[in-house]
Design a protein around this ligand. Structure first.
Ligand code: NAP
Length: 297
């Protein structure tokens, strides 16, 4: 009996029968997480804009013996959070876990980013995620039940990179608000975590390149091969967090420690980034632009 108790404690919280809502579930990390949740015994409400892709993920969830429902919507539309939570309550009678994961990247220097693009990326990555977790928290509290709320941030929440300022800022804002919510909601039995993937092999980079007017492949050329991870790796880490709650979900200790070091010693990060700045100077010089001069000073 004691052995059985120890083994059950080792497995952490039981997820079987719980209901999850996942946004950005039509591809990449969201799709992989929905499937991992089904494997862990959870039913899933899947949301994104592409209905056909959601239907494909729903089929996989159902083939694992769990229920799946889909909602095709744009999270940038006001009220999307109420639509999703209403649907989960109508279809499943409840929800226990919410993963605000829908998001996209933008690769452009800040001084070249129009206001509309800056606001648009915050609308999807930040405001929509906050709206969903905030309304989820209100309903869980009203129902007097605990739950687990997660937001997909990024390793770039800890250190910004040239060309990724708007994206990194939206991810830092997500992390920051999750940290506050975590301790606001802990007394109510509601867990909050931010997720910090490193370079993950999804449609993210081609989508980001398209939005930024760049030609782009599956993953950025500058990303070291060792740092590439499949979305299933992030999904497994999220399931682990649902079983054993924590404030941040990471899939690379090297990147996590580097981020901590960069935050403690900004001059070290400057040294690393200076190489990137010099590369840009050379590139601009090759392109015959005098903008290289301004970067050099
Ligand atoms: N890939 C990486 O290296 C990486 C690293 C760190 C963090 N992340 C974060 O991980 C999350 C998932 O990205 P991913 O890598 O899995 O990329 P992905 O394959 O491109 O998935 C993005 C998902 O978000 C959905 N989405 C985007 N805009 C939406 C909108 N306005 N309304 C509804 N759904 C929307 C997309 O679905 P539809 O197009 O069907 O709407 C898609 O399902 C993002 O928040 C991203 O910032 C990714």
């Amino acid at each position: 009996m004691q052995q059985l108790t120890v083994r059950l404690m080792d497995m952490g919280r039981i997820l079987t029968g719980q209901v999850a809502i996942v946004t950005g579930a039509s591809s990449g990390i969201g799709a992989a997480t929905a499937v991992a949740m089904a494997r862990a015994g959870m039913d899933v409400l899947l949301a994104a804009r592409r209905q056909d892709r959601l239907a494909g993920v729903a089929q996989v969830v159902e083939s694992l013996g769990r229920r799946a429902r889909i909602v095709a919507l744009d999270v940038a539309h006001a009220g999307h959070e109420r639509q999703l939570l209403d649907e989960a309550e109508r279809q499943f009678g409840r929800f226990d876990v919410v993963f605000a994961n829908a998001g996209y990247g933008l690769e452009r220097d800040v001084h070249l980013t129009p206001d509309a693009d800056l606001r648009a990326i915050f609308e999807v990555n930040f405001f929509a995620s906050v709206a969903l977790l905030r309304e989820s928290a209100r309903r869980l509290r009203a129902a007097g039940r605990g739950g687990h709320l997660l937001m997909c941030s990024s390793c770039l929440s800890k250190f910004s990179l040239p060309g990724h300022g708007a994206y990194a800022a939206s991810k830092a804002a997500q992390e920051s608000i999750c940290r506050a919510m975590r301790f606001e909601l802990l007394p109510h039995g509601i867990e909050v975590a931010s997720v910090h993937p490193i370079t993950t092999t999804t449609e993210f980079f081609s989508e980001s390149a398209a939005r930024s007017g760049l030609r782009g492949g599956a993953v950025p050329e500058h990303a070291p091969r060792w740092a590439l991870q499949p979305p299933e790796r992030v999904a497994d880490a999220i399931i682990d967090c649902l079983r054993r709650p924590r404030s941040e979900v990471w899939t690379s200790e090297i990147v996590r420690l580097s981020a901590a070091l960069f935050n403690a010693c900004p001059w070290l990060f400057d040294l690393v980034l200076r190489r990137e700045a010099n590369r840009r100077v050379r590139q601009l010089a090759r392109e015959g632009s005098d903008a290289g001069e301004s970067v050099r000073h």
